[in-house]
Write a protein that binds this ligand. Sequence first.
Ligand code: MRU
Length: 342
Amino acid sequence: MRIVDFSDEDPAVVLLDQRALPHRTEHLRLTTVDALVDAIRALAVRGAPNLGIAGAFGVALAAHRHPDDPAAVPAEAERIARARPTAVPLALGARRALARLDDGPAAVLAEARAVAADAARVNAAATTRAADLLSALHPDGPLRVLTVCNTGELACGVGGTALGAALRLHERGMLSEVLACETRPLLQGARLTVWELARAGAPHRLCVDSAGPAAIATGRVDAVVVGADRIAANGDVANKIGTYMLACAAARSGVPFLVVAPEETIDAHTATGDDVVVEERGPEEVLEVGGVPTTSPGTPVFNPAFDVTPFELVTAVVTEDRAWSPRREPNAPSAVRETRHD
Ligand code: MRU
């Protein structure tokens, strides 16, 4: 299944439109940067690593559309990089592809394809490490894993991240069930995670977000496994709204709380969670479900897309390179990078 791809003929960025899932499988062919930026903002493509891949292909699109005017491409790349503020990989992917502009549009596209290929390699290493760690934490038998949002291939490229770790357990016969939080308001858990789990034949149940902490407190969960959009240098984790309450509940009950993400998500230029720009989205996402109003018209809304989990609540950040426990190894020097993400 093509989730994020590039078509040379049009040229176009090709996206599986995640807004239509699980009811319809539809692809978008986006031939302008404006259309791609709109698709990113509307969450037709989403999830931190896949935003990086889409961003890189977007810059390849801009390079193909301006073969005689490459000077126009950096501004297009910057528009893509800033389409959503919280996830680190979006800007990284766009800027990595842009760095090949002097070598021509084909080189930019080759770099974008390398971003996608690298994501698959990173995901394989990180999910294997996370599955090993989870198995070691719970050697007695199959695990019950709780997750939020969607962190499978729809969000991360081949292999997924947090959901990928649960699927690696399933492949080993070590998964008892995934409890998937529905992830209000846009239901990435109910629509997308459940779809991926069902396709993989992995045992799962769906719960409302507010049932997550109760499931943890009542001994129904062996580990909480989530992704990340941005990890501050001190280990604070920005991820989908609803993550923090799961981390609080996990800490209180002594349940491991694992974050599975690419190393590039750790941003040395974001010192702590206080420095994370949390995207706030429009009120309509909260005022209705599936187009049906759920409250009084005109009700004021608070709709942050993400929250920040303090590093003290994180058992481990599992990447392709390591399992980092920020509360045991504060401000790991290897988190320091030269790239600016602002
Ligand atoms: O708003 P979304 O759907 O892009 O949010 C996605 C998440 O919060 C994921 O958990 C995160 O990107 C980490 S892994 C894809």
